[in-house]
Design a protein around this ligand. Sequence first.
Ligand code: CO
Length: 152
Amino acid sequence: MAIRNILQLGDETLRKKSFEVTAFDQKLHELLDDMKDTLIKANGAGLAAPQVGVLRRVFVVSVDGEYFECVNPKIVSKSGSQDGEEGCLSVRGKYGSVKRPYSVTVEAFDRFGKLFKVNAKGFLARAFCHEYDHLDGIIYVDKATNLQEEGR
Ligand code: CO
């Protein structure tokens, strides 16, 4: 396990579309383990593989003591809406308000290739949407209003 370098806004890798995972192998497990370590060290709510330079459809989310590893995720339903503040480990020192669905259902594979489904609302739904966007090269600053510097 290891801490990986988190790419910052301006790195073109963050703007690319990630590819589906086809092998649920040791390399994927190492990636997921490293992403967990990296997320914990950075004290973030989520981290997507392209943020560590790996263009694969993988993200991890850690919200309120719940931890999810999502491989080839799909947002299969969305409802409602919410406005709230977001930041990103690839956009240091900024935050901004983003409109997101209030609740989402995500289908994804775990590290062993087993399909699972999770219903999320509130901040957890926000985190899933934010991380999912990373897999398509979308960063929250594209959607944010009131983008501000931290430490007002
Ligand atoms: Co982010």
